[in-house]
Write a protein of this length. Structure first.
Ligand code: TRP
Length: 362
């Protein structure tokens, strides 16, 4: 059983809500970090399918499809199921139970002040008609994380407010139910007998990638995305339409525009990036079209291998492969989360039983 004691590598927990396919904004914001860190961390990647129900409870079929799609995107991007654990949120009861306990040590108003929630209410036009479970998901996300007692949470910039709340809840739990004192430093919590580490967010190279409209954050609902599954042709077409902001947002030759955000995000060769920047700012006979072609090539090189791995996962056979992986990983995930829940309940004077869930991991 992979428990904290027998696992020498520090842990990572992060995840995505299945709302659709992943795009290159996800890659530079977090996915790239996740793939890279698999070598040094014991990684848990969570499919937050329960959270998908907070705004789409009437669409279970879509949520099921999106859940499998995201898992396929992950595998295609280089998440390695031999090294990392995929966690299907709805199969981990300890998360739901910790959510309840955490919801009672965080003030209601604190949750509602969470800027990520506020933005989401606005962007999705939820008004005052969101479900009770919608704001609860923010507390649930703290439980997702803390159930695995990770050190690090690789996320895009929009998630940092959630991680801050998670850190507050971890502190408060430790102060309330363990010997840790309010004046203790974050990094001393475990040493002083706390249950939860105070985990850090890790934001990727480009925390918030601008979309192909050249203005807003890349986001499926705004239709300004380049999907990880896009073909070479689609990439070219979308970049062709990229609004560079030359007309109004920046001066001619200003490399602070969307175009050059893409240059820096996707062209790996630093010398080439510098050359393009120099030529562009000098107005040195280099048009947007030329730069866009270079970006398209770079993105295509990034996505090529992903497309190939993805192709092997298409259709029902692919679904079956993903389900097989998810089922095989449930036991390891539950072994870790159940232990955390047991220790949390023990700290709270709730050590009445010793539930054993699931089977021995394979
Ligand atoms: N809220 C995240 C998103 O919308 C998904 C998520 C759920 C998550 N639980 C998490 C991310 C725990 C990091 C850690 O993408």
């Amino acid at each position: 059983m992979a428990t904290q004691e027998s696992s020498p590598r520090p842990r990572i927990l992060t995840g995505d809500t299945p709302t659709g396919r992943l795009h290159v904004g996800h890659w530079v914001g977090s996915l790239e970090n996740r793939v890279r860190l698999q070598a040094d961390y014991d990684c848990f990647f969570l499919l937050a399918n329960m959270h998908a129900f907070t705004t789409r409870a009437e669409q279970p079929k879509d949520i099921r499809r999106d859940t499998l799609e995201i898992a396929k995107d992950w595998l295609a991007a280089g998440i390695d199921p031999e090294r990392s654990t995929l966690v299907l949120q709805t199969e981990i009861p300890a998360i739901a139970e910790l959510t309840w306990f955490f919801s009672m040590i965080v003030p209601f108003n604190r949750v509602m002040r969470n800027p990520t929630l506020k933005t989401e209410i606005e962007l999705k036009g939820l008004g005052e008609h969101y479900s009770f479970g919608f704001p609860l998901y923010a507390v649930g996300q703290c439980a997702d994380i803390l159930a695995f007692r990770p050190e690090l949470i690789p996320v895009g910039e929009d998630q940092v407010a959630h991680i801050e709340m998670c850190r507050e809840i971890a502190r408060r739990f430790n102060w309330t139910y363990t010997p840790v004192k309010p004046e203790s430093k974050d990094e001393d919590h475990l040493k002083e007998g706390g249950l939860f580490p105070i985990p850090d967010a890790l934001v990727g190279r480009v925390g918030r990638l601008v979309g192909t409209d050249g203005k807003n954050k890349m986001s499926k609902s705004l239709g300004n995305v380049i999907y990880l599954t896009d073909s070479s042709k689609e990439i070219k077409k979308k970049l062709g339409a990229l609004y560079t902001g030359r007309q109004s947002m920046t001066e001619p030759g200003d490399t602070g525009n969307a175009l050059f955000t893409y240059v820096r995000a996707f062209i790996k060769d630093e010398q080439k990036v510098k050359d393009l920047e120099d030529r562009y700012s000098r107005g040195d006979n280099i048009g947007d079209g030329h730069v866009k072609a270079d970006i398209a090539t770079a993105i295509d090189e990034l996505l090529g291998p992903m497309r190939e791995r993805r192709a092997a996962l298409e259709g029902e056979k692919g679904d079956a492969r993903v389900l097989e992986i998810l089922r095989a990983h449930v036991d390891k995930a539950n072994a870790v989360a159940e232990k955390t829940l047991y220790l949390a309940k023990e700290a709270m004077g709730l050590d009445f039983g010793r539930r054993v869930l699931g089977m021995e991991p394979k």
